[in-house]
Write a protein that binds this ligand. Structure first.
Ligand code: AN0
Ligand code: CP
Length: 290
């Protein structure tokens, strides 16, 4: 409905401000969420937090080193400038317990009373998962499609957030869902639950309708790169007749071949387009409550 009439609710956000805070880089999340807010008639303020004062996250510290301002004040201050706040804060990938505390997102939760939107935190990327669900729903040609989440190699250690949220979302849809990755790349079992896991990628990809490719670093050997095996790169042969999905940004010829990305079977551009409508659906619900 929002896709057909993007401006249908352009009065809902009138005189309301969305404040977006980015602790990390973004192309899609930043622009699609801004577009979503504008389509709802909101004003948008965006800050790259690294341009502001360096924030102290821990409680009770003596701040005589390089942090200038505590998140306690910063969160309360900035929330006075907005009606909805949205935050992106990636994990450090050094200490699992620290990352799972979601200290940045949870500090905002603790110190502000306005609605808070997660633009990818240490462990979750919910707006991406909502987008992915919308895209599968739009393009499926059978009632219960087979969806495979496949790990792929990457030169940098990446978070598990996208994979976690995608798995959580697929468990809620009427799809035949499985995950494939090399040994040692098991995601948090509290998230994967009883989702089938295959260590043989070819077996997992058999008869797939949608193949969602994503790299993540090890969860058990936390934040480590255990394999860069190019055999796990997605090729046209392995994709067969399936549609190719990725959240982007993607490294060509490392994660997936040019041939797949440039083919008609790649739906990554449509996926990125749907980011706007996923964000808009969420903001619309939040605005209704204000
Ligand atoms: C990030 C990640 O893997 O979580 C963001 C993806 C949306 N990717 C990179 O840092 C390359
Ligand atoms: N997919 C995604 O979240 O992209 P960005 O990191 O560019 O926002």
């Amino acid at each position: 409905m929002l896709k057909d009439s993007p401006y249908k609710f352009d009065q809902l956000g009138k005189c309301k401000t969305l404040l977006m805070l980015f602790f990390n880089s973004s192309l899609r999340t930043r622009l699609s969420t801004e577009k979503a807010a504008l389509q709802l008639g909101m004003d948008v303020i965006t800050l790259n937090v690294n341009d502001a004062w360096k924030l102290e996250l821990e409680d009770g510290t003596t701040m005589n080193l390089d942090t200038s301002e505590h998140i306690k004040e910063a969160a309360q201050v900035v929330s006075q400038y907005a009606d909805i706040i949205a935050v992106r804060a990636f994990p450090g990938l050094e200490n699992r317990k620290d990352d799972e505390k979601e200290i940045i997102i949870n500090s905002f939760k603790k110190y502000v009373s306005i609605p808070l939107v997660n633009l990818e935190s240490s462990t979750e990327h919910p707006l991406q998962a909502l987008t992915d669900a919308i895209t599968i729903e739009e393009l499926k040609t059978k009632k219960r499609p087979k969806v495979v989440l496949s790990w792929a190699p990457h030169p940098k250690a990446l978070p598990q957030a996208v994979a976690n949220s995608f798995a959580t979302m697929m468990q809620q849809l009427d799809v035949d869902f499985c995950i494939t990755h090399p040994k040692g790349y098991e995601l948090n079992s509290q998230i994967t639950k009883d989702t089938p896991i295959h260590y043989d990628q070819k077996e997992a990809l058999k008869d797939a309708d949608f193949v969602y490719v994503k790299n993540w670093s090890s969860y058990s050997d936390y934040g480590k790169i255990l394999s860069q095996d190019p055999d796990w790169m997605l090729t046209q042969y392995k994709l067969a007749q399936a549609k190719f999905m990725h959240c982007l940004p993607v490294r060509r010829n490392v994660v997936v071949t040019d041939e797949v990305l440039d083919s008609e079977q790649s739906i990554v551009i449509q996926q990125a387009k749907n980011r706007t409508f996923a964000a808009q659906a969420v903001l619309k619900e939040l605005l209704k409550e204000l």
